[in-house]
Write a protein that binds this ligand. Structure first.
Ligand code: PGA
Length: 255
């Protein structure tokens, strides 16, 4: 089964619209129309529109970092799916551990967002992953299972090819500590078998499972060589053109 590698840059709360446009230019220039690997950039909400214009006509796609699961209305500070679609976003990161930790997002709320994004034709990147404490207590697979099945509650099989899962061990995010390729593969394989139990093997084989957590050019090749690692959700190394483009190159030559 061949799944196309996906490299997604999560810019988090970094880059003004002008700085984002500069970075997007560098990435757009590097990618051009090459679709050997799928490339997504996820700027902050205020930079989405400018970045959308910069990447227009190239194979680079746009993603958002969040949405609110209501059509419109009195939700101060929030952003709707329609607004994201209006700036041509295709993907939306949901359930990132920083949102779970700092903004109290629960699996049930993340699930609402996942279902809403699908209804609105946005592809969710559902993030799951254990903390260091949970890993040390031997709870990794249990935590990942709860977050995965919680996030996908009520999501129908027909929608699953649009869903991307990102396994991001919390202890590896922004810390410089990466899961070893074997550690990551073990969890990715477990995620795929949970997907197979829920949706069948054929569907599970189509879903891309990204690794996230201090992924950088120096460790990407080994991670991407793992059977069930289909790309990366990149924070720190996506903020600089050279390192992000090196990651894209690593995905293009991975198999
Ligand atoms: P990192 O972040 O690459 O800086 O560890 C990844 C993420 O949080 O998505």
């Amino acid at each position: 089964m061949s799944r196309k590698y996906l490299i997604a840059g999560n810019w988090k709360m970094n880059k003004t619209p002008a700085d984002g446009a500069d970075l997007a230019k560098e990435i757009a220039h590097f990618v051009g129309k090459d679709e050997a690997a799928e490339v997504v950039v996820c700027p902050t909400a205020v930079a989405l529109d400018r970045v959308a214009h910069v990447i227009e006509g190239t194979a680079v796609k746009l993603g958002a970092q969040n949405l609110y699961p209501k059509a419109s209305g009195a939700y101060t500070g929030e952003i709707s799916a329609e607004m994201l679609r209006a700036v041509f976003a295709k993907y939306v990161i949901l359930g990132h551990s920083e949102r779970r930790e700092y903004f109290g997002e629960t699996d049930a709320f993340v699930n609402e967002k996942v279902r809403f994004s699908l209804e609105c034709s946005l592809n969710p990147i559902l993030c799951i992953g254990e903390t260091l404490e949970q890993r040390e207590a031997g709870e990794t697979l249990e935590v990942v299972k709860t977050q995965l099945l919680g996030g996908l509650e009520g999501v129908e099989e027909a929608n699953m090819p649009k869903v991307v899962i990102a396994y991001e061990p919390v202890w590896a995010i922004g810390t410089g500590k990466t899961a070893t390729p074997e550690m990551a593969q073990e969890v990715h394989a477990a995620i795929r078998s949970l997907l197979a139990e829920k949706y069948g093997v054929g569907t599970a084989e189509r879903v891309r499972i990204l690794y996230g957590g201090s992924m950088k050019p120096a460790n990407a090749t080994e991670l991407l060589a793992q059977k069930d690692i289909d790309g990366g959700l990149i924070g720190g190394a996506s903020l600089e053109g050279k390192s992000f483009c090196d990651l894209i190159a690593a995905a293009r030559s991975a198999d």
